[in-house]
Every structure is written in structure tokens, then in C-alpha cells.
Design a protein around this ligand. Structure first.
Ligand code: ATP
Ligand code: MG
Length: 206
């Protein structure tokens, strides 16, 4: 666990509560967390879902892996500690968005169970819904999609005896044991996946 380094800090509570923001927005804040292999379709579904929620009059915002690595997490790489810190920060940011009353949609490979578990815990402690969605696509399908050419790069690096720590090739992916929802995104279109998720969310979001 990451320790607080600063001393002499005290939580300052303001008069505006989460409930005030939620009643202003007419919705409850929550985090929807997509996990899955590179190329499984997390970003595609996340942005489709965001669009569908906005169309429904709900405020949603996507925090996407590559996008966040362009800014907030630009100083992090893909080593195990950096991946853990990446997910910790995104978890905290998603929690802030959810606390603001927004539906935060996080799409990150987030390969390690423990890191995702910590994000779930921090949401539970804050009384915020955390919905983990496993975008379940076999690696050979992801690899045949390979829109960024990363699997090809990773296979070449591996063959050259270097390796680049790419999830599913030479770095592990730990599938969730008990996700809230599984989307078999090799058998549906992104639109069908979004419809499946919207139907599920009706049972979880008010
Ligand atoms: N349901 C689907 N059926 C077929 N192709 C899909 C589907 N969903 C996404 N794709 C395609 O798969 C590729 C990978 O999708 P996407 O970039 O969303 O994956 P990702 O999980 O976000 O990957 P990464 O972790 O590398 O960011 C894209 O070319 C996308 O168009
Ligand atoms: Mg993506």
C-alpha cells in the first residue's frame, strides 16, 4: 500500500455533500472499470458506452489508458511497480469523478488482480459503486486485430531475446475471479456490448 508521506495534513470537510451534487445532476456517481487484454476492445466499448449514457442524459467521462499516459501518468512506464502506480492513480481519479456525481468509465488493461482489488476497496470504503467489467477476448483474436502493431512488436522483441513486458505475451494478465459483468467482445459488436452493459447498469445505477 502507498503510504502518505506528507505530515501535518488534516482532511477538510466542506458543507456541500455528495448527495447535493448527485441531486443537482439527477444521478448517482459510480465507477465502471473495464479490464482486458490489449486489443480486446475496452476503449471502443468505453467510448460507445459514454456516448450512450450522455444520450440518455447521464454525465459520464472516460478515463482511457493511453490518454491518461499522455498526461497525468506520463512519468510511468510498464514495469510492475509503474503499472501498479498507474492503476492506483486512476483508481483515485475515478473515485474523485464518482464522488463528484459523474459516471467514471475507466478503460485500462489493469492486468493485476491485486491492483484492481485495491481500487474496488477504495470505492467500497467511500460508499461508491464500483462495477468491474471483464472484456473477455481470446488472445489470438486480440493478436489478429493488433491495431497498434504492439503484439507484432512484442513477438519480435521476444524472438530477439529482449522482451518488452507486454501483457499476454511476456507479462501476465490475471482475469477477474468475480467480475460484475463479462462481455465476450469477440462475439458481439461494440454497439451490442454497450447495450448489454446499459441493461446491466439499470440494475446498479439509479
Ligand atoms: N466487438 C468488436 N468486434 C470486432 N472488433 C472490435 C470490437 N471491439 C473493438 N474492436 C476492434 O478491436 C481493436 C482494439 O480495440 P480497442 O482499441 O478498443 O482495444 P483496447 O482493449 O482498448 O486495447 P488497448 O489496451 O491496447 O488500448 C480495434 O481495431 C477495434 O476497432
Ligand atoms: Mg485502449
Amino acid at each position: 500500500m502507498t503510504e502518505i508521506r506528507a505530515t501535518n495534513i488534516t482532511w477538510h470537510e466542506g458543507p456541500v455533500k455528495r448527495e447535493n451534487r448527485e441531486s443537482l445532476l439527477g444521478q448517482r456517481g459510480a465507477t465502471i472499470w473495464f479490464t482486458g487484454l490489449s486489443g480486446s476492445g475496452k476503449s471502443t466499448i468505453a467510448f460507445t458506452l459514454e456516448h450512450a449514457l450522455i444520450e440518455q442524459g447521464r454525465l459520464a467521462y472516460v478515463l482511457d489508458g493511453d490518454n491518461v499516459r499522455h498526461g497525468l501518468n506520463k512519468n510511468l512506464g510498464f514495469s510492475a511497480p509503474d503499472r501498479a502506480e498507474n492503476i492506483r492513480r486512476i483508481g483515485e481519479v475515478a473515485k474523485l469523478f464518482a464522488d463528484a456525481g459523474t459516471i467514471a468509465i475507466a478503460s485500462f488493461i489493469s492486468p493485476y488482480r491485486q491492483d484492481r482489488g485495491r481500487v474496488r476497496e477504495m470505492h467500497q470504503q467511500a460508499g461508491l459503486p464500483f462495477i468491474e467489467i471483464y472484456v473477455d477476448v481470446p488472445i489470438d483474436v486480440c493478436e489478429s486485430r493488433d491495431p497498434k502493431g504492439l503484439y507484432m512488436k512484442a513477438r519480435c522483441a521476444l524472438a530477439a531475446g529482449k522482451g518488452m513486458g507486454f501483457t499476454g505475451v511476456d507479462d501476465p494478465y490475471e482475469a477477474p475471479n468475480a467480475p460484475d459483468l463479462v462481455v465476450a467482445n469477440d462475439r458481439v459488436t461494440p454497439q451490442e456490448a454497450a447495450i448489454q452493459i446499459m441493461a446491466y447498469l439499470q440494475t446498479r445505477l439509479v
